[in-house]
Design a protein around this ligand. Structure first.
Ligand SMILES: Nc1ncnc2c1ncn2[C@@H]1O[C@H](COP(=O)(O)OP(=O)(O)O)[C@@H](O)[C@H]1O
Ligand SMILES: [Mg+2]
Length: 362
């Protein structure tokens, strides 16, 4: 049985539904992420797990126990907030001891548990330091140690890194993955940052308007988005309007409006005549003045360079197809001394493997 089960949970505020029939299960030891745009209900769902809000209907089962009548302080969870809220005037040991003091844990036990928490996050030698004497990553460890001191089964983290600049955030993300692996505690992590979710999580629930749109491992979310919303929200993605023309056993033919026929993998919900979009990641598209066309598994089209965006490590080329449709492609600038392969208005050919894209029925 999963460690945490959310069953058909609904939460409304007045006539607004913030969480709309969400069901999901989180396994012990998992780094599980709720990902979605601002306002989609992530924090509300997390607050219901913590017990700060009660669902209108549905159930939250933690460790086999229904949480319905369990107050926040009695739940085996701990919430970690943005910036970690470490007390600057307290030492590391005092910070970690704080929740135990509040709970009235007697001195000898308190000392032993602080020691244990310090060991968990490998900060034994930092007990007497103050937060300003430590790096961002070490302060993150203090916050996690303080969160672990009451031995929760699940840590709830609500956008803890969102206020940091990009470089520090990346360092902290790397440390957070290591830390979660080391301490082995289950994380339910909230973020609106798709890159962060892909980098950190074992599994991701992508939320939109109070509902889970897709729940899967990061690679599947990225490569096989199930809806336009997910394709669009996760990374850069071309969405080419298309209609299904023929369905075979292992591939189907789709017509990209005004451009021509292409092959794609058959998908659930597709039928002849069905309209939708072909989702295609920029990095899956080959680009050249001409490209060899002897591979029957490849789809080929001609176009013209509409715009180039030099980003240092890669250059983005926006290609205009014959029907005026714009397709974003991306080439790494790995050749020494080469910063750009094409210029505006160059005639080019693009190609992708038939299974690189993914048809999304409308
Ligand atoms: N206490 C509340 N009263 C009224 N509306 C709320 C309350 N809490 C959240 N909401 C609304 O519910 C929606 C989801 O909020 P929230 O869960 O905070 O989203 P997220 O964390 O994904 O940004 C938002 O539109 C928000 O305004
Ligand atoms: Mg929020």
């Amino acid at each position: 049985m999963a460690l945490l089960e959310i069953r058909d949970v609904v939460k409304t505020f007045g006539d607004f539904t913030a969480v709309n029939h969400v069901s999901l299960a989180v396994e012990a030891g998992e780094f599980f992420t709720l990902l979605g745009p601002s306002g989609c209900g992530k924090t509300t769902l997390l607050r219901m797990l913590a017990g700060f809000e009660a669902p209108d209907s549905g159930e939250i089962i933690l460790d086999g126990r229904n949480m319905a009548n369990v107050p926040p302080e009695k739940r085996p969870v701990h919430t970690v907030f943005q910036n970690y809220a470490i007390f600057p005037h307290m030492t590391v040991a005092q910070n970690i001891a704080f929740p135990l003091k509040m709970a009235g844990v007697p001195e000898p036990e308190l000392k032993a548990r602080v020691e244990e928490a310090l060991e968990d996050v490998r900060l034994q030698t930092f007990a007497k330091r103050f937060p300003h004497e430590m790096s961002g990553g070490q302060r993150q460890r203090v916050a996690i140690a303080r969160a672990l001191v009451n031995r929760p089964r699940v840590l709830l983290l609500d956008e803890p890194l969102s206020a940091l600049d990009a470089k520090l955030r990346e360092q902290m993300q790397i440390e957070l993955i290591t830390l979660q692996k080391e301490v082995g505690v289950t994380f339910v992590y909230v973020t609106h940052d798709q890159g962060e979710a892909l980098a950190l999580s074992h599994r991701i629930a992508v939320m939109n308007k109070g509902q889970v749109e897709q729940l899967d491992v990061p690679e599947a979310i990225y490569s096989y988005p199930k809806s336009r919303f997910v394709a669009d929200f996760i990374g850069q993605c071309n969405l080419l309007d298309a209609t299904v023309r023929e369905i075979g056993s292992d591939r189907m033919k789709i017509e990209i409006a005004g451009v021509g026929m292409a092959e794609a993998l058959p998908v659930e919900g597709a039928s002849v005549g069905k309209t939708g979009a072909l989702s295609l990641r920029p990095e899956k598209i080959k680009l050249g003045v001409t490209l060899p066309s002897d591979d029957p598994d490849e789809v080929h089209f001609k176009g013209r360079v509409h715009d180039c965006l030099y980003l240092g490590d890669v250059t983005i080329y926006i290609i205009e197809l014959d029907n005026g449709m714009l397709v974003e492609t991306m080439l790494p600038n790995s050749d020494p001394g080469k910063a750009k392969f094409f210029d505006d208005n160059d005639a080019v050919e693009l190609a992708w493997r038939f299974d690189a894209g993914h048809f999304l029925p409308a």
